[in-house]
Design a protein around this ligand. Structure first.
Ligand SMILES: [Fe+2]
Length: 239
């Protein structure tokens, strides 16, 4: 894939210059990058039919992400604002927890416009626009999941120690990132990291299923560099 380095640098500069309250800027993507989005999106969409939770599939219909090009954060943010009051705000790469979580309390998901390289088409250890939109943004179109994201934000604003922040981060990871709910007696993905990765969606069905107990979740390390060998389920479905 040939991506003009200037285009990538331009996206980075635009995202870094964004300040809360400003209108969301547009980011440009090459034809190769649109093709990468189309490939990954088409593959994931087929997998979501069988392996994502009901809330996700309904929310995906409401958001209606385009199949043939990388969507703009601004257009998806506009949709979310109408659906659940959530907004996206650009940021480059991943943020430390103390900057990522608190805005969730105010209905803001800091989202990167970066796109994974083709070598990481099936699994990207870093967040990218596929992760943000196919994973998080669609779940944020579900009112009850959007409310849970807000609760995570509120919890971190009340956290008074690094230990408390770390515990919240683990609960977030094992629910909103790699979580599952039980639909029709089987685990179905509701976590953004699973929903936005072809490799994760493939290995999800063979992952070890552990009962969701909060004390186990906060005691379990996070390794986001590999497909998850174990998932916690069932978390109580909000519906
Ligand atoms: Fe994420």
């Amino acid at each position: 894939m040939t991506v003009h380095l200037d285009a990538r640098a331009e996206r980075e500069r635009t995202a870094r210059e964004f300040r809360p309250g400003q209108p969301l800027p547009n980011f440009s993507y090459s034809g190769d990058e649109d093709a990468l989005w189309s490939d990954v999106f088409a593959t994931l969409r087929g997998m979501h039919e069988r392996r994502s939770c009901t809330q996700y599939r309904l929310a995906a219909q409401r958001v209606g992400l385009p199949a043939g090009r990388v969507p703009q954060l601004s257009e998806v943010s506009f949709q979310l604002r109408n659906l659940t009051g959530f907004e996206l705000a650009p940021v480059m790469g991943s943020l430390p927890g103390r900057l990522f979580y608190p805005p969730l309390a105010h209905g803001i998901l800091r989202s990167t416009p970066a796109l994974r390289p083709v070598s990481e088409q099936l699994f990207s250890p870093d967040p990218d626009v596929i992760h943000e939109l196919v994973g998080h943004a669609v779940m944020l179109a579900d009112p009850e999941f959007a409310q849970m994201y807000r609760w995570f934000g509120r919890a971190t604003k009340r956290a008074e120690s690094d230990e408390a922040m770390a515990a919240i981060a683990r609960v977030f990871w094992y629910t909103m990132e790699v979580g599952a709910v039980i639909d029709d007696g089987r685990p179905r993905a509701c976590g953004a990291a699973i929903l936005s990765s072809v490799s994760e969606m493939e290995s999800f069905v063979d992952a070890e299923l552990r009962p969701f107990r909060i004390e186990d979740v906060v005691a379990t390390d996070i390794d986001d560099s590999v497909c998850q060998p174990a998932i916690f389920a069932p978390i109580r479905s909000p519906r």
